[in-house]
Design a binder for this molecule. Structure first.
Ligand SMILES: [Zn+2]
Length: 204
C-alpha cells in the first residue's frame, strides 16, 4: 500500500525531529491463549497483527513498541510497567479478539473525580486524554467499517491499561475467528490497513 504509506509519512509531524511513538500491546501469550477456535488462537492472531502494524509504522518513521514480540505470558502488572516505561508515547493500542462477530473499540471509563487531588491520582492518568482517545477510537471504528467491512461497536470500560495511559489509548477487539477468516492473508492485510488508516484519520 505505497500511497497510504506516503500519505501517512507526510501527515505524521516531526519525523525529522523526535519520531512519534505508538505502543502496541498484543494481548494474552504463553499459556494464556485467549479465544480459541478451530486451531486459531487469539494470542497468535493479535501478535501477527501487532507485528504487521509495527513493520508498516516503522516504514513511516514512526516508532512502534510492542508489549511482547514472542509467545510469552504477560501479567497485567508487567503490561502496566511496560506502559509506564514508555511514557511520552502518542498512542496506545491494545489488541484482542471479541467474543462476538462484532469488533469492539474500547476507551477508558473513569469514575467522576470527587476532589481536585483525585484528578492527579495515577489511576486517572487517562482523564486529560479521554477526548483524544475517543477521537482515535472513532477514527479506528470508521476505518474498520469502511475499509475492512467489519461491524464495530464503541464502548467504555474501566480497563487498567487504558485508564493508566497518559496518551490517546484504545483497546481493539477484532471479531471472533468464527466470523472472520484470519487464516486468509488478504483479510489480515485489510484489517492492518484499516487500523493504519484509522491512525491516519486521528492524526489529521
Ligand atoms: Zn483477549
Amino acid at each position: 500500500m505505497p500511497l497510504l504509506l506516503l500519505a501517512l509519512a507526510l501527515l505524521w509531524p516531526g519525523t525529522a525531529q523526535a519520531s512519534p511513538v505508538v505502543l502496541i500491546d498484543a494481548g494474552h501469550g504463553g499459556f494464556d491463549h485467549g479465544i480459541k477456535h478451530q486451531g486459531l488462537r487469539e494470542k497468535d492472531i493479535v501478535l501477527q497483527v501487532a507485528k504487521a502494524l509495527k513493520r508498516h509504522l516503522e516504514l513511516l518513521g514512526v516508532d512502534a513498541i510492542l508489549s511482547r514480540r514472542l509467545d510469552r505470558q504477560m501479567s497485567i502488572s508487567e503490561r502496566l510497567a511496560w506502559l509506564k516505561a514508555h511514557e511520552g508515547a502518542q498512542v496506545l493500542l491494545s489488541l484482542h479478539l471479541s467474543s462476538t462477530q462484532r469488533a469492539r473499540v474500547y476507551v477508558a471509563w473513569l469514575p467522576r473525580a470527587q476532589t481536585p487531588q483525585e484528578l492527579y491520582l495515577w489511576q486517572h492518568r487517562q482523564r486529560p486524554y479521554l477526548p483524544q482517545s475517543l477521537e482515535l477510537a472513532r477514527a479506528v471504528l470508521q476505518s474498520l467499517r469502511r475499509e475492512a467491512g467489519l461491524k464495530v461497536s464503541l464502548l467504555q470500560l474501566p480497563l487498567p491499561l487504558l485508564s493508566q495511559a497518559a496518551s490517546a489509548a484504545v483497546l481493539l477487539e477484532l471479531p471472533h475467528p468464527r466470523a472472520a477468516p484470519y487464516d486468509n492473508p488478504m483479510f489480515r492485510d485489510s484489517v492492518v490497513e484499516a487500523i493504519l488508516k484509522g491512525l491516519l484519520r486521528y492524526v489529521q
